[in-house]
Write a protein that binds this ligand. Sequence first.
Ligand SMILES: [Cu+2]
Length: 110
Amino acid sequence: MKHLSVFLIPILTCLLVFSFALPRDPGKVVLTIEGKGEIKGMVCAGCKRTVENALKKVEGVHQVAVDLKEQEARVEFDPERVKEKDLIKAVEETKIFTAKVKKRIKQKGS
Ligand SMILES: [Cu+2]
């Protein structure tokens, strides 16, 4: 029995470490960014930064890429901590822009 645990403990430790190291499937969404009122949309680097910063501030957001030409923001986030409405709310809070979901990017295996 003793020699069995000599094998088991390293294996179990290994599995435990490995399960933490495995990246969890992130949530991925593309948001269409629109301007509010007079504002037509994102027109300059400042607009881009405003939207980027607003989204990056949301806890659980991993990555934000704003595309001025497409007027969209790609966001990668932890789906256990962030919901799409949190992202939309964050953009709304700029008081300059609004956002809506353009598409959800499916992960393989989900
Ligand atoms: Cu601007």
